[in-house]
Ligand binder design. Sequence first.
Ligand SMILES: NC(=O)c1ccc[n+]([C@@H]2O[C@H](COP(=O)([O-])OP(=O)(O)OC[C@H]3O[C@@H](n4cnc5c(N)ncnc54)[C@H](OP(=O)(O)O)[C@@H]3O)[C@@H](O)[C@H]2O)c1
Length: 256
Amino acid sequence: MRLGFIGTGTITQAVVTGLLRFGVAFDHISLSPRNAETAAGLAALAGRVRVCSNNQEVLETSDIVCLAVVPQFATDVLGELRFDSRHHVISFIAGISIDEVHRLVGIVSKVVRAIPLPAVAEGMGSTAICPADRVAKSLFSALGEAVEVDDEGKFGALSAVTATMASFFAVLEAQASWLVRQGLDYDAARSFLSGYCVGLAHETTRTGKPFTELIEHCMTPGGINEQVHGELSKRGTYSQFGDALDRVLMRIEGRV
Ligand SMILES: NC(=O)c1ccc[n+]([C@@H]2O[C@H](COP(=O)([O-])OP(=O)(O)OC[C@H]3O[C@@H](n4cnc5c(N)ncnc54)[C@H](OP(=O)(O)O)[C@@H]3O)[C@@H](O)[C@H]2O)c1
């Protein structure tokens, strides 16, 4: 497998790091010269990772091409390149549909979209893929969860839930601040909560149980988990997520 990346920024760095770290089979990886520092850092990790002198050389030396430039530069960057019918294109570019990518790259063997999240570097990513694709699935399932969907509406919905990262940390910060108000050092509070949330996160991958079962499992009748869950449910805390995500999806789909 000859892999190429157009755009060597945050997400390419995470994906290439993960591919190397988790021993995913490939012949070589060709990188765009930009960002030069990131590209040089990745090339230093393995002889099979090399920095090309320009984007066209990336295409000439690869069969599977990942598009990882920011959306605002996509038209200019891709418009200058000559893709080939052998290219299997995996676009990470947010907000650019499969049809639009096809228009930008011309005749290629296939175009799929994927949203690898930065934790792929640690083998703990979640990657949405649309449509189902054997190549993308084999790459990203080695780096965490890889979920294939058959239409871009569902793919947009999976993109929308990635808007909850900051609020995930905000929930932890609310608990840390509360512990500080009870007299704990912030470092002790943070340390306790990080171990606590890693344990809970691990529980989600250890079994395939629905989250409702995990909720029930934590709630001793009349216990303190039941108390907090009940209070938050009554105040509509969880339903606020659905409302906020509806508005995110409207943005993603260009409806606002
Ligand atoms: N970050 C995420 O969590 C994430 C997750 C999934 C998908 N994505 C998508 O992945 C894409 C990349 O995101 P990112 O976070 O990796 O962005 P990023 O860190 O800004 O990386 C984009 C890279 O493109 C390079 N670039 C600019 N002009 C170029 C050109 N003409 N040819 C080749 N490379 C060029 C930039 O190099 P310079 O630094 O030299 O300008 C930069 O390193 C975006 O479309 C984003 O929507 C991101």
